[in-house]
Write a new protein. Structure first.
Length: 308
């Protein structure tokens, strides 16, 4: 799908934002990536192919828009050699496809679609990555199969869990893909000495840094310094963390503080599925660290020895 522009201001601003949110990607390379994602062979063709009228850009709220934007993410990821999850977050900040901010649900839909296209998530029985029903502890919920047999292991909203084989249920019809809250939903936040805020997940790994200049997506391997106060959205029991009331409270807090998109921690899902030896979140984060090429953001934190 080719995007038409009245002038070059929107693609230029999009390239600037793409370079900003993909550290290490130069502006010239970001321009070429934007041009290719918009359906042009080069930045030169884009600048010389401006139209007097524009067509509506793809909207992630509709299926056709999701498909088009997923294709853009794939193109930019391949051209810049940056992970699709990073590109998804960066593209959402460029407004290349219009000025409306994407909702969390749209970010989730796009990331899940990309994982489905890559074969990370699927509907094949007994294989890691299958979306299944999981029973146990008097509940039934959707999970992602990690291993099957002796016993089975699944990723649930509250995190990885072992289950007896008979507690894994194969649905008659494919279930909707989902990203477990364990990998993206905040558990609480720290207030730092400089009054900025770091949001953390269930395993106390950083997700977001909220500061005077905006919001920064944080690598989960960072150790946060200068903490002066800790607040949590739920108590210490896993079920309260995923309780619908607590979940809505946490999501509303994120929206009120201008946080949109998925944290880097969400990118560990394939490590649990494809490499089941990543049996803990620490193992999965270490694997994510090893394949991350961009520089860490600068701030009141450091990388502990076990992640170097």
């Amino acid at each position: 799908m080719r995007l038409n522009f009245i002038d070059s201001s929107r693609p230029k601003k999009a390239a600037q934002k793409l370079s900003k949110f993909l550290p290490g990607v130069s502006l010239s390379r970001a321009q070429q990536a934007v041009a290719r994602a918009a359906g042009y062979s080069s930045w030169y063709e884009l600048e010389h192919g401006l139209q007097g009228e524009t067509l509506p850009p793809p909207d992630p709220a509709v299926d056709a828009g999701l498909v088009a934007i997923a294709q853009q993410i794939g193109i930019i990821s391949a051209f810049t050699e940056r992970p699709q999850g990073d590109v998804l977050y960066a593209l959402s900040k460029t407004h290349l496809n219009g000025g409306r901010p994407w909702t969390l649900e749209e970010h989730l839909a796009l990331r899940l679609r990309l994982w489905r296209e890559a074969g990370v998530l699927h509907s094949r029985p007994h294989e890691a990555g299958a979306v299944v029903r999981v029973t146990g502890n008097g509940r039934e919920e959707i999970g992602i199969l990690l291993t099957y047999g002796g016993p089975s292991r699944a990723m649930l909203d509250a995190g990885p869990a072992h289950r007896a084989d008979f507690e894994i249920k194969w649905p008659e019809h494919p279930l909707p893909d989902f990203l477990p809250a364990y990998l993206w939903l905040p558990y609480g936040y720290w207030v730092l000495e400089d009054k900025s805020i770091v949001v953390f997940g269930r395993e106390y790994m950083p997700l977001w840094h909220i500061h005077a200049d905006g919001v920064t997506r944080l690598p989960p391997w960072l150790w946060i310094d200068t903490i002066v106060e800790e607040k949590r959205f739920a108590d210490n029991t896993p079920l309260s963390y995923i309780d619908p009331v607590v979940r809505r409270k946490a999501m509303a807090w994120l929206e009120d503080h201008g946080v949109t998109g998925l944290p880097m921690l969400a990118e560990t899902l394939p490590d649990f599925i494809i490499e089941d030896h990543q049996s803990t979140i620490q193992d999965a984060v270490y694997a994510l660290r090893q394949r991350t090429t961009g520089p860490d953001p600068v701030g009141p934190w450091h990388v502990p020895g076990n992640y170097k």
